[in-house]
Design a protein around this ligand. Sequence first.
Ligand SMILES: [Zn+2]
Length: 228
Amino acid sequence: MSLAFPGTSSLAADKPATAPTADEALTQLKEGNSRYLRGVQKYPKIDPVRRSRTADEGQKPIATVLGCADARVPVETAFDKAFGEVFVIRVAGNVCQMAELASIEYGVNYLKTPLVVILGHTQCGAVAAAVSEASLSGSLPKLMDEIRPAVQKARQANPELSGDQLTNEAIKQNVWKSIEDVFAGSPIIARACKEHKVKIVGAIRDIKTGKISWLGEHPDQTRLTGTR
Ligand SMILES: [Zn+2]
């Protein structure tokens, strides 16, 4: 990704008087999900006019979102956002390693998104594979290595759970782990969170209903960002 690509200017017609705060951006995403659930989207389809304008004038996303590559979880659709409004990173299991971390830093540092969302989803095949300790080939075992700590945490905290219930808890822990990986891997973002310049929240999308459940900030954020 070149820093020279048209990415930091605004759409003049859509430009707000001031950039949204993290809480305002979060409210916009919540309202967008509500519209999506009610079937009253502002952006139900591709808008050729806006597509052309964003190509010429650039993007001004209000949030950076790290989500899963699962074909059932397109991010803009769930938040009823148009081209140029959400900076999206998608990877199986919404894990946060080097490329994902660098992309989040790009969203925060260069596109100036005040909000980062780590978005997991129900019935996540990557997490389910880690829970079931499936035998996988190629590079997939390395992906499992990234998710396994979340599964272990889910098992330790909930020894009575198994099956789908355990997977659901692991999906939640996997969201927290990605936030932990952001803080551990990016002192710049950790400091920005500590100083309340940026907010990172977790969320889980129900793939059957489309509803986003918001988890909020990492429950241990103060400690995780405290030594920076
Ligand atoms: Zn998934």
